[in-house]
Every structure is written in structure tokens, then in C-alpha cells.
Write a protein that binds this ligand. Structure first.
Ligand code: KTE
Length: 513
């Protein structure tokens, strides 16, 4: 029996998951905590909806701890929210016997009577395994059914807790401010910014470093993230971000352009972890899309997975020959000490053409987790326009001749992803779009001014994450082979003359160490 469950992407033991919640690092037990929207009773979203709970040492494999927070009524839901570590006991809830690192406060939206959405608090004395609800909930109630998703952070400069949440259908990310996590005062509206879609959801805010700061300028900036669903420009769900400044109450964007965190179909409700030891910003998203999340195959007894956890920084990058932008850069958190490289195909300085035969021949045991990293140069000066075509990186199924592919078309100068398979779900679902494309400016130019690109991709059973130009652009997409799971990768083109020189290519078969 082929095990189709992803190896290093978090999936629930059974049932339904959506948004990640309450992400934080417990510095005492040295474990990462992930909570998530959870329906353990079926593989669709429904009430009662819980906070499911998992922990990890390595951000790759997760131990499950069942339900962390439950609604009091069967038609209620513990909707999305966040966790902070109340080390200085600002809430006054914790007694001195509780280690400061275990003073966990969860803030979430109660989806309650008449679908009213109010903000509630729950406390944990044991590092987030069991919770007690505040006896004076709700802490914020504006008599609304569209008021949700509190993400709370500590703002060092003003020594205040800051909550971001949405008045979703008013297109408002609101801030509230508090000294004690219990009494909240309205702060500001960040409204009608970026791509609006149907509504805003799941906001977040973090400060992160700029990898290549300008001389004499700041070396970190604030990033506001939020989610749009439905109504994404590529259908359904998508996340966007803004770079700017934050004074403890109001976020001021550097500009009003729309920039998407990930332009794939399956990256939603992104949230950053709180309380990481070195202050680095890491985060994770739900790897699905509300357009079809409740219809994807559930033959393994669950629906929904998370993306890989990624590290987030900022970097000035050119998005065309004349303009550089300060872009949110993402790198998967893949600590080599936890991964086993079972096999690898590695080449350098190869002129790609139809006889290059760059195809792995990996052993058929323990398959399903593969990655590739390719840097290539367009050397098409010697070719006529008609001769320039495309090349593909194909991810081949272990059974039959099914594959999905990531490719580059030299004429158009753009990347594409094609996740077409024969699986009946993909053939019949009207929203599971199978082709994606994105313009990516060259990473650099070589001494002959030829364009150079870099692409990293990782496929884990049925989820493909692609990172372009060292993470300046990413695309995350799930797929469902009709049979089999990813077993090999092939880099192929159908032209005699090469328009592509592969500077460096590595394809690895991975496992858990
Ligand atoms: C799906 O998009 C619809 O019914 C909901 O609005 C989903 O909302 C509830 O899921 C989100 C959050 O805003 C809620 O807190 C959570 C986003 O499960 O996925």
C-alpha cells in the first residue's frame, strides 16, 4: 500500500484542517507549537470546530496532541487566533509557580450564537497542552458576524500588546492595544489596501531584517500580511503583504501596491510563529484553497495539510531592469540534520538539449520526497527566435507515465507550472486550475549579459513548493496523481540546439534521518 501522506508537511491524524493558529516556540521545552482549525469528526469544515494541536522539534515532523481548545456548544467554533507567552504575567492570571516560558495565553475568535464573532482569551499553565477559558470572555465584542482572526504581538517600543484582526467585509485590518491581554482599546484601521477580493481574513504583523539594506538606511522593516478569500485573482484564496512602518498603533505602508506572499493556488491563512529564540521570523500557511479544499481526495481519512515552515526576510530585488522593490523573501526551513539524502543526481555546466538525458533513476523504496535546485543561463544568442522553445522539470509518478512539471519558455521568458493529472478529482473539479505562470526577473546576468535564473523545488507526496530566485517568488500547489507518488525527476527539452546552459543542477531523493 503506497503511503500518500506527506512526510514533512503537517497533516492531521484524521479529519479536516484549515488555518494554522497559535504558532509559538516554547523556549523551556524547546518545542514548536502549532494549533489549527480542526474538525476531527469529518473531512469537511463544520462545527463544532476546535483548535487541534501538534508540536515539533524540527519543524518537519509533528507529534499530535488532539484537541487543545473546544467550543462549549456543538454549533460553535473556536475560530482562528494566536498565542503569546505572557512572561511578565501582565494578565495577572499566572501564579509564581508557573515558569514564565509556560505562561501561555491564546486569543481567538468564538464563532458563537447566531454566528456572532467575538474575541476570547484562554490560559494555559502547562505550555499549551490544556487551556482554561477566561471567566470574563469575550474581551472584545462589537456585535458583528464578520470580526475575527486576532493575531497578537508584543510591541517592545511602546511596551504594549497589539492585536490585529479584521472587520472582514469592511476590508479593515484593525489594531487594538492592551496592557494586560484582557482590556483592549481600539487603535487603527488599515483599510481598502491592496487586492480586495470578497473579504480580508487572517492578518499578521512582524518586523524582519533586510538582507541588503541601503547604505545609511534601516536594516529592518515591518510587514503586514493578510488573506483574501474568496476573490483571489487566480481564484479562491490568496495571501498578500505590505512593507512599511509600525508605531505601535498604526501600520503605514511604504506604498499601496499589491504583492502576494505566494502566487500558487494552495497557500492560505499564513501566520508567523511567536517567541522564536533568535527572533527570526518563521511562518506557515494552510496548503489549500477554499474553492476546492472540501472536495480534494480524502481516501487517506483526512483533508488538509500545511506548507513547509519558511523563514521570512526582506530583500531589495529588481522586478524589471529599471526598478528594484523591497520584496518578502521566503526560504523553507529544512535542517539537514533531520533529512537523509538517499540519492542525488548532480551536474554542472551542461548544455541542455534533447540528448542530455538528465533523468534520475532512484530506487523505488521510500519514495515520495524529492527536491531539485537548478541555476541556468539563457544562451540563446546563437539561435533564431523560431528555434527557442522551452524546457521542463518533470516530476514522475512511481506508477505509469503520469507527471507534473515546472517549466521555462525561452520565447515568452516566463516560468510555468502544470499540475495536470488524470485523477478524477482534477478532471472534474471546475476550480482546480492546473496551469500557473509567473514572470520572474533574472536573478543576475553573466559576463556576456545573458540572463541567469535559479529555481528550488520540493515535492512531498502530493504537494509541490517552488521557490524562484532564492525565494523572491514562490508558488505552492497540491496535486493528485491518479496512481503512484513522486519517484523520479527529469529535466528535458525537445530541441537539438541548446538555448539553456545548466550551470548547476542537483536532484535529491530525501528521507527522514
Ligand atoms: C470559509 O472563508 C470562509 O467558510 C471562512 O470565512 C474561513 O475563514 C474558520 O477560517 C477562515 C478564518 O477567517 C476563520 O477564523 C477560519 C479563513 O475556520 O480560512
Amino acid at each position: 500500500m503506497i503511503d500518500g501522506r506527506p512526510l514533512i508537511h503537517m497533516t492531521p491524524p484524521q479529519g479536516w484542517i484549515n488555518d494554522p493558529n497559535g504558532l509559538y516556540y516554547n523556549q523551556l521545552e524547546q518545542k514548536y507549537h502549532m494549533y489549527y482549525q480542526y474538525n476531527p469528526n469529518d473531512t469537511v469544515w463544520d462545527t463544532p470546530l476546535y483548535w487541534g494541536h501538534a508540536t515539533s522539534d524540527n519543524l518537519l515532523t509533528w507529534d499530535h496532541h488532539g484537541v487543545a481548545i473546544s467550543p462549549d456548544e456543538d454549533d460553535h467554533g473556536i475560530f482562528s487566533g494566536s498565542i503569546v507567552v505572557d512572561k511578565n504575567n501582565t494578565s495577572g492570571y499566572f501564579d509564581d509557580s508557573i515558569d514564565p516560558e509556560n505562561r501561555i495565553v491564546a486569543l481567538y475568535t468564538l464563532f458563537g450564537d447566531n454566528e456572532k464573532q467575538t474575541q476570547e482569551v484562554a490560559f494555559s499553565n502547562d505550555g499549551g497542552y490544556t487551556f482554561e477559558k477566561y471567566n470574563k470572555n469575550p474581551v472584545i465584542d462589537v456585535n458583528s458576524t464578520q470580526f475575527r482572526d486576532p493575531k497578537v504581538i508584543w510591541h517592545e517600543e511602546t511596551q504594549k500588546w497589539v492585536m490585529l484582526l479584521v472587520k472582514s467585509q469592511e476590508y479593515k485590518v484593525q489594531t487594538y492595544v492592551s496592557d494586560n491581554l484582557l482590556d483592549w482599546e481600539f487603535g487603527s484601521n488599515f483599510t481598502k489596501e491592496g487586492y480586495l477580493g470578497f473579504q480580508y481574513e487572517c492578518p499578521g504583523l512582524f518586523k524582519t531584517k533586510i538582507e541588503n539594506p541601503k547604505e545609511g538606511c534601516v536594516d529592518e522593516k515591518w510587514v503586514l500580511v493578510m488573506a483574501i478569500n474568496p476573490g483571489s485573482p487566480i481564484g479562491g484564496s490568496i495571501n498578500e503583504y505590505f512593507v512599511g512602518d509600525f508605531d505601535g498603533v498604526t501600520f503605514t505602508p511604504d506604498d499601496h501596491a499589491t504583492r502576494f506572499v505566494d502566487t500558487g493556488k494552495d497557500f492560505y491563512a499564513f501566520q508567523a510563529f511567536d517567541n522564536t529564540e533568535d527572533g527570526r521570523i518563521i511562518g506557515v500557511a494552510w496548503a489549500s484553497n477554499w474553492q476546492y479544499a472540501q472536495r480534494v481526495p480524502d481516501d487517506l481519512g483526512y483533508r488538509g495539510s500545511m506548507s513547509l515552515v519558511r523563514e521570512y526576510t526582506l530583500r531589495y530585488d529588481y522586478t524589471n531592469p529599471e526598478t528594484e522593490q523591497l520584496l518578502l523573501v521566503q526560504r523553507p526551513v529544512l535542517d539537514d540534520q533531520y533529512l537523509d539524502v538517499a540519492d542525488e543526481l548532480a551536474v554542472e555546466a551542461v548544455d541542455l538539449n534533447k540528448t542530455s538525458n538528465l533523468k534520475t533513476n532512484f530506487d523505488s523504496e521510500n519514495i515520495g520526497l524529492l527536491d531539485f535546485n537548478i541555476t541556468f543561463t539563457l544562451t540563446n544568442n546563437s539561435l533564431t527566435f523560431a528555434e527557442i522553445t522551452n524546457f521542463d522539470i518533470k516530476i514522475l509518478s512511481s506508477i505509469g507515465d503520469e507527471s507534473i512539471k515546472i517549466g521555462f519558455d525561452g520565447k515568452v521568458g516566463e516560468f510555468y507550472i502544470n499540475r495536470h493529472t488524470s485523477h478524477v478529482f482534477q478532471r472534474e473539479n471546475n476550480f482546480f486550475t492546473e496551469r500557473w505562470s509567473n514572470y520572474v526577473e533574472p536573478l543576475t546576468r553573466d559576463t556576456d549579459n545573458n540572463k541567469v535564473y535559479q529555481v528550488y523545488g520540493i515535492v512531498d507526496k502530493n504537494i509541490l513548493e517552488v521557490y524562484f530566485n532564492n525565494g523572491a517568488f514562490t508558488s505552492t500547489n497540491t496535486f493528485f496523481f491518479e496512481r503512484g507518488i513522486p519517484a523520479n525527476i527529469e529535466v528535458t527539452t525537445d530541441v537539438d540546439n541548446s538555448f539553456v546552459e545548466i550551470n548547476k543542477l542537483s536532484i535529491r531523493k530525501l528521507g527522514l534521518a
